[in-house]
Design a protein around this ligand. Structure first.
Ligand SMILES: *[C@@H]1O[C@H](CO)[C@@H](O)[C@H](O)[C@H]1NC(C)=O
Ligand SMILES: *[C@@H]1O[C@H](CO)[C@@H](O)[C@H](O)[C@H]1NC(C)=O
Length: 271
């Protein structure tokens, strides 16, 4: 029922491996930018990439909404290091100046800021009920995910799938089919962080999350098989979280949902 969006783990690790090989040095800090003509300064006009949030009310067959599905420039994805090598390099904010020297990155560059951001995010204490870790190699990702699900627990990896030759643009998409719930006891979401080598940030909350497969079609005919998640209880979230401004709701008032870009990997326990 959910074919297409599911991959087996081997192919995900292979995919990451290939991504890692297509690296280009020092270009990881570049951010996706795009322009919209609208003058109104809503959050989503200031930053079109915020067009990924919605509420469960929007999750209906035939619903139309603007969505921005970012594309990862494959040549900008950093190289993945073997575990033994990654473990020899300190991965700590306390070692930032050493690391900047080590990678020949100047102190005030965007790359330095990106490294500082990544190390800070990776060192943040998890929120209550949250599990988080940063994996600095694919082997460490492999072991950490198995730790999370238990070595005998069976799991799958899911991701958003773009059509061939997909081009990023902010446009309206319509939900083409009744969204499908992906049943899972535990959900672990992972995404790449800007860093001189491949670093994946993975996190999971114990509070209720519902994962969906949503097939949407853009005005230009592009069909995206998107993974989306709804966070049911947001009462403990930081009220400054951008999602509350975008959706104009208060923490705890409504579930909040978002679409995933293609380069996020979500591991789910087999229902
Ligand atoms: C991807 O990145 C490379 C290297 O920075 C650049 O030359 C190329 O134009 C980029 N491609 C796209 C589609 O942005
Ligand atoms: C990394 O930081 C720690 C704590 O400040 C320090 O003891 C260690 O020597 C540093 N390592 C390197 C390689 O600079």
């Amino acid at each position: 029922m959910q074919e297409g969006i599911f991959f087996n783990l081997t192919s995900i690790f292979y995919f990451l491996l290939v991504l890692g090989c297509l690296q280009q040095k020092n270009s990881y800090a570049r951010m996706l930018q795009s322009e919209v003509g609208d003058k109104e300064m809503t959050e989503t006009n200031k930053d079109p990439t915020l067009n990924v949030f919605f509420t469960p009310d929007d999750l209906k067959l035939g619903k139309t909404m603007p969505i921005f599905f970012p594309i990862k420039n494959f040549s900008e994805i950093p190289k993945q290091l073997p575990k033994e090598m990654a473990e020899k390099i300190p991965f700590s904010l306390a070692n930032l100046s050493y690391l900047l020297q080590f990678f020949s990155i100047s102190k005030d560059s965007p790359q330095a800021k990106a490294m500082k951001y990544t190390l800070t995010q990776c060192e943040l204490e998890p929120m209550e009920g949250e599990t988080k870790f940063c994996a600095t190699s694919l082997e460490s990702l492999y072991f950490s995910t198995h730790d999370f699900f238990g070595f005998d627990g069976s799991m799958k990896a899911v991701a958003t799938v773009y059509p061939k030759n997909f081009k990023t643009e902010l446009q309206k998409y319509t939900i083409l089919e009744e969204p499908i719930k992906i049943l899972a006891q535990r959900i672990l979401s992972c995404h790449m962080m800007p860093y001189p080598y491949l670093v994946l940030y993975c996190h999971s909350q114990v509070s209720d999350n519902i994962l969906y497969k949503v097939i949407v079609e853009g005005e230009n005919g592009d069909r995206v098989e998107s993974l989306a998640i709804c966070h049911v209880d947001t009462s403990e979230w930081d009220s400054d979280h951008v999602v509350f401004r975008v959706l104009n709701v208060e923490p705890g008032e409504s579930s909040v949902c978002h679409f995933y870009p293609e380069d996020n990997i979500v591991f789910v326990s087999d229902a």
